[in-house]
Design a protein around this ligand. Structure first.
Ligand code: UD2
Ligand code: MN
Length: 327
């Protein structure tokens, strides 16, 4: 002790290893205080006090594009569509991934609706729009896989929400977070299907999975070109990897689907039905682990992060017959 007191008084203190430890601690504390305030914040309440419950999505027609709305710069949302609750530490860190091509009015309506919805849930979130470049056949699975890969480069998200651009949630008690044990199917009741589950294994629309769960299923198949069955394929992957799907109550998990026609370039593909039958054979070699794409650009728009992705082209029919497609 005497030695210690002596050390305090002496100038040698500042050269001793003890002082280095002190200095490091001071730096760490000031970093935590000034640079990373969220680490010191109390966790947000289990149930957000901002929730308002049922809120039918009232759309005014004609829908406006984002540009027509002035791309609505918001004071609360940071560039790239990123948000953190200002006064508490969020319980979920969620990346919302939206596959996209040529639906500007749907995108405007979605962003207009989703930002306030997610903020009332006190989430830390970021919205990623994954746009398929070019006019080739649409491939939603590849867009989702690429979106997850890019989102995980930015942060360690605790949850990924896979989201059709045309679905508007109508009750903010339907939380956009993940359960640690099971993937969730969030779009249970859609107006288009009379607010009833379409069929027992339905897994399209809006789905929430942790990155770990997504890796376990090996993500979406890369081989489903055009409309249909890529969602049923993911359902099977969940089961094959030993998990089960949970759903929030039908009274809460309500959505409006903005009316639309089948898009050009996303025609129903009968081959997808055959591919679905092969899921058990293909799922471990085709998916997140075999994904190829080119990121053409990444732009931080005021309300979303825009990823422009080249997913490659569907092989011409004379080359098909096996399941591999050149990227
Ligand atoms: C169902 C599923 C959807 C998907 C699809 C079959 C529900 C509620 N939804 O939706 O998840 O499995 O069937 O493939 O069950 N998209 C574009 N531009 C295009 C084409 C598609 O942005 O040119 C995106 C957009 O996010 C759209 C999504 O892909 O919401 C699904 O396509 P859809 O809305 O045409 O399919 P739909 O309504 O039959
Ligand atoms: Mn749709």
């Amino acid at each position: 002790m005497g030695h210690c007191r002596h050390l305090w008084r002496s100038r040698r203190l500042w050269r001793s290893p003890f002082s280095l430890v002190l200095l490091a601690a001071a730096f760490a504390l000031s970093y935590a205080f000034f640079a990373a305030p969220s680490a010191l914040q109390a966790e947000c309440p289990v149930v957000s006090p901002l929730l308002i419950g049922p809120q039918p999505a009232n759309l005014t027609f004609p829908l406006l594009t984002l540009e027509a709305m002035g791309n609505k710069r918001s004071t609360s949302v940071s560039a790239g569509g990123l948000y953190r609750p200002p006064d508490c530490r969020a319980r979920h860190r969620t990346a919302i991934v939206v596959p996209y091509r040529k639906r500007p009015t749907h995108l405007g309506a979605l962003l207009d609706h989703l930002h306030p919805f997610l903020q009332r849930q006190q989430l830390h979130y970021r919205i990623y729009l994954v746009e398929q470049w070019g006019n080739g056949t649409f491939n939603k699975g590849r867009l989702y896989n690429a979106g997850v890969r890019e989102a995980l480069r930015d942060a360690t998200w605790s949850c990924i929400v896979f989201h059709d651009v045309d679905l508007l949630p109508e009750d903010d008690r339907n939380i956009y977070g993940c359960r640690r044990d099971k993937p969730s199917h969030l779009s249970v009741a859609i107006d288009k299907f009379a607010y009833r589950l379409h069929y027992p294994q339905a897994f399209g629309g809006v789905v929430a999975m942790t990155p770990e769960q997504f890796r376990k299923t090996n993500g979406y198949s890369n081989q489903f070109w055009g409309w249909g069955q890529e969602d049923d394929n993911l359902w099977q992957r969940v089961i094959l990897s030993g998990m089960q799907v949970v759903r929030p109550p039908v009274a809460i998990a309500r959505y409006k689907m903005i009316k639309h026609q089948r898009d050009a370039g996303n025609e129903r593909n009968p081959r997808n039905v055959d591919l679905l039958r092969r899921t058990k054979l293909d799922w471990s070699s085709d998916g997140f682990n075999s994904l190829t794409y080119k990121l053409l650009f990444k732009e931080l728009e005021p309300l979303y992060t825009h990823l422009m992705v080249d997913v490659g082209k569907k092989a011409p029919s004379y080359l098909r017959g096996n399941t591999t497609t050149p990227a």
